[in-house]
Design a protein around this ligand. Structure first.
Ligand code: ADP
Ligand code: MG
Length: 236
């Protein structure tokens, strides 16, 4: 078979969708700008992980994705770097609200995503704000007021801030639901649906999940448009 098929077989990748692009198996093949490549080499990474190799070219085409892969497979950079590329192509005004929005189930995960975004996005001069509960709103609101390209948020806190009218999502055009299965397990579905109502329908939507139960399929069917599905390993 083709080298794409070989790589997929070797790394237990299965894909479904129209004209799925071949995996990008080296960092150089991604065409990412040199400042990003410098960061990944600086981090000591030698090659994209399978989820990155397969989801990057799909995300870079501007298509919706649902990616099913277990924890520790490198999903964060799988959606963050294409998010950076998305931002580069837009003339967004950070003062009008975020362009990239990442929803995450917990404060700890949101903080980790924020750290990854700061580390890999710094050289591209991207700003990122993290919103989560269990902490005073004052610093988070101040960060938003300074203007931000990216928001990483837990659904509960973001919803509170939307209701206070302290953030606008009308500029969001790249929406990520990370750990979608966990967010649903934690009962965040109503908040997620309220948040998504504030985001324009003309957008790219990426969903990452470790499992693929009925509830996750349902929300994927409601929020994504003609997504490419990528599975890594034996997750069903
Ligand atoms: P997941 O979200 O799938 O659980 P993470 O995105 O948190 O996984 O990544 C797990 C770890 O792997 C992190 O420490 C991250 O920095 C690291 N990592 C990400 N991409 C690569 C890569 N291409 N090569 C080596 N390590 C990587
Ligand atoms: Mg993750």
């Amino acid at each position: 078979g083709s080298s794409a098929e070989c790589y997929r077989r070797r790394h237990e990748i299965s894909v479904s969708g129209d004209n799925v692009p071949p995996p990008l198996t080296t960092f150089e093949a991604t065409g990412f700008p040199s400042e990003i490549l410098r960061e990944v080499h600086h981090a000591g990474f030698s090659a994209p992980t399978p989820i990155q190799a397969q989801s990057w070219p799909i995300a870079l085409q501007g298509r919706d994705i649902v990616a099913i892969a277990k924890t520790g497979s490198g999903k964060t950079l799988g959606y963050l770097i294409p998010g950076f590329m998305h931002l580069k192509r837009r003339h967004n005004n950070p003062q009008l609200g975020p362009t990239v929005l990442v929803l995450s189930p917990t404060r700890e995960l949101a903080t980790q995503i924020q750290e990854e975004a700061v580390k890999f996005g710094k050289s591209s001069k991207l700003s990122c704000t993290c919103l989560y509960g269990g902490a005073p709103k004052v610093h988070q609101l101040r960060d938003l007021d300074r203007g931000t390209d990216i928001v990483v948020a837990t659904p509960g806190r973001l919803n509170d801030i939307i209701e206070m009218k302290r953030v606008s999502l009308h500029q969001v055009s790249y929406l990520v639901l990370d750990e979608a299965d966990r967010m649903l397990d934690m009962g965040f579905e109503p908040q997620i649906r309220k948040i998504v109502k504030e985001v324009p329908t003309r957008r790219q939507t990426l969903m990452y999940t470790a499992t693929w139960p009925k509830e996750v399929r349902k929300i994927a069917a409601d929020l994504l448009v003609n997504p490419v599905q990528v599975n890594i390993g034996n997750v069903d």
